[in-house]
Design a protein. Structure first.
Lengths: 501, 92
């Protein structure tokens, strides 16, 4: 079965009823799924991990049932478990399948917006087939209204495809960092294969072959495949466009390029050896070239293997083992309630999507501005509106406004992950760090901005703006963009924007 | 003749299913090898299965008490580099 792929349809996007706009995401970010076939769009449009607007409404969770791994990656350290850390491979509490089912149902009953359950580790889910499949089997039966996802390094994937196709699983994510064994040897020091630890190029070659074979088998079964790649400057950054081409030609519907997370304190090979991660503009350039118009994963938060809640939040603390033990869940009743709430959310999303589409149309009819693009940061806690005080924002969403319209670019963390200390290393305050995280942005839109940050933001060349509280993000960004354009602030080429973005 | 798992173990379960003698079991505070059952894989495999999948350097010792996976052998991080990074972190 050959699935259409994202970048194969540029001519349609260009020649459709788009009124001369060359980007299919023209006007707003939400037309980003237009070039997907209906069957796939239906599956992904309400998935918080795939749809930029859905992630403001629907929540996801991961259950940590899969501790064992069959390979070593240089960005991973199996020793690490810190509650303050948020990155893949990190968990606080390992669950048995039974505990995972209980936890999932407890979360689904308490947070009815939770629609997606993923198994992502902390090891490799398919290196723990019994625990992973027991969890999926029971959830398919006991909580049929929850979508199931799994992510894997791919080594054991070919043997698992048959079993995966039996459950309620329609998305599989494979992490493919390379299709070249020589590059692979620089990312994967060893794999465990056929009862041996195999190092270097030989191991990487087997891993790559298994990943590609697994990908082909999933596509043949009609299971949606997303490919994740970790961008490692100097190792695979130049090569990921080739990875993108290969996996899309085989039928992966989405290629998500994520930045390497490497700090010495993580104790990973890359962290200790001083391998740097990509800068935001390096990442954005590569994501643009790999995802084409479909910037569907820009809101990816690279969440923990036991994350619970909306993307960017973690409510895992409310659902520790001792707490779920005490909960008495009537799942039938919960399912009824969930259905009503999901319908209400769906209606709200549909009407907002329609509204945005109408606005995008209007935007295209207006005379086109001729400014340079500008980046703005937005503080939001969801629902697609500006509703967070500058000082309370844990992260900012970055939008680009240009003559083509408004598009979502990425998110940036405002606080340091280690949070406890108000000063760090070189004595910068949290506020200074936050402002530094906004480098390249020329405005920041929040529900309110205090006096001290206001002055510091202005000094840093970032215009603070609290005038659009509770307004839809895209509208507000567009309004500020038009003001800036009218004031002549966007006439000059601003080299700094791209350099620091 | 038996291998042993020591307290560096992170309880990742990887070794338990690959043991041909079912000598490894989940225990507190970490997985344990039953020395009466462990055969050091003799007759089954040419290499220790548990130590071939274990991701943690130094967590599994041979019958002489020597780490089967010494520092640096799995992560590729030179031990002196690791010590340097840790000293740097502790000085903060």
């Amino acid at each position: 079965m050959q699935l259409p792929v994202l970048n194969n349809t540029p001519s349609q996007a260009e020649h459709g009823a788009k009124g001369g706009c060359s980007a299919s995401s023209c006007g707003t970010t939400d037309n980003q799924m237009d070039s997907l076939p209906d069957s796939i769009r239906e599956k992904v449009q309400n998935h918080p991990c795939y749809s930029e607007d859905a992630h403001h409404y629907f929540a996801r969770m991961h259950v940590a049932v899969a501790p064992a791994c069959n390979i070593q990656c240089h960005y991973c350290n199996r020793k690490y478990d810190c509650a303050n850390e948020s990155r893949p491979g990190v968990v606080s509490e390992l669950l048995t399948p039974d505990q995972a089912v209980k936890k999932t149902m407890a979360v689904a009953a308490t947070i009815p917006q939770m629609t997606v359950l993923g198994i992502a580790g902390p090891g490799d889910p398919l290196a723990n087939p019994e625990r992973t499949f027991e969890t999926f089997r029971r959830l398919s039966e006991e909580a049929p209204d929850i979508k199931l996802c799994v992510s894997t390094n791919g080594l054991a994937l070919p043997d698992a495809v048959e079993e995966l196709s039996k459950h309620n699983i329609d998305h599989v994510t494979i992490t493919i960092n390379t299709v070249d064994p020589e590059i692979g040897a620089k990312i994967y020091p060893w794999i465990f294969w056929n009862n041996k630890r195999i190092k270097g190029i030989k191991g990487a070659k087997i891993l790559i072959e298994q990943q590609q074979k697994g990908l082909e088998m999933l596509i043949a079964k009609g299971i949606l495949v997303k490919v994740n790649s970790v961008m490692i400057p100097g190792v695979n950054d130049q090569h990921l466009a080739e990875v993108s081409r290969v996996v899309k030609s085989k039928g992966a519907f989405l290629h998500n390029v994520m930045p390497l997370i490497a700090e010495a304190e993580h104790g990973t090979f890359y962290g200790v050896m001083g391998q740097r991660g990509p800068t935001p503009d390096e990442l954005q350039d590569l994501q643009d070239s790999c995802s084409g118009d479909m910037n569907m994963m820009r809101h990816c938060r690279q969440c923990r293997a036991d994350a619970v809640g909306l993307l960017g939040e973690d409510r895992g603390d409310e659902f520790t083992l001792d707490k779920i033990e005490e909960m008495d869940i009537d799942y039938q009743a919960a399912m009824e309630k969930r259905k009503v709430i999901h319908q209400a959310i769906q209606e709200e999303m549909d009407s907002k999507r329609l509204e945005k589409a109408v606005k995008a149309q209007q935007h295209q009819q207006e005379p086109k501005l001729t400014t340079r693009p500008v980046l703005m940061a937005v503080a939001t806690s969801g629902q697609g509106v500006i509703n967070v005080h500058f000082g309370h924002a844990k992260e900012f969403l970055i939008y680009e406004a240009s003559p083509e319209g408004v598009r979502f670019i990425s998110h940036r963390k405002a606080d340091q992950y280690c949070g406890g200390d108000s000063t760090c290393g070189d004595g910068e305050s949290v506020l200074q760090l936050t402002i530094r995280a906004l480098a390249g942005c020329e405005a920041v839109l929040c529900s309110k901005v205090g006096y001290e940050p206001w002055e510091m933001l202005e000094a840093a060349g970032i215009a603070p703006n609290g005038e659009h509280a509770m307004e839809p993000i895209e509208d507000a960004v567009m309004a500020v963009y038009k003001e800036m354009a009218a004031a002549g602030k966007l006439d000059e080429k601003n080299e700094a924007v791209r350099a620091n973005a | 003749m038996a291998v042993s798992i020591i307290d560096l173990c992170v309880n990742c379960f990887a070794c338990e299913p690959v043991c041909p003698s079912h000598a490894i079991s989940e225990a507190k505070p970490h997985f344990m090898v039953d020395p009466k059952k462990c055969t050091e894989c003799e007759g089954d495999f040419p290499v220790f299965q548990c130590a071939s999948i274990c991701p943690i350097e130094g967590a599994i010792l041979d019958s002489f008490g020597v780490a089967i996976n010494p520092p640096g052998s799995l992560t590729g991080i030179p031990p002196e580099k690791m010590a340097e990074a840790m000293a740097e972190l502790q000085s903060h």
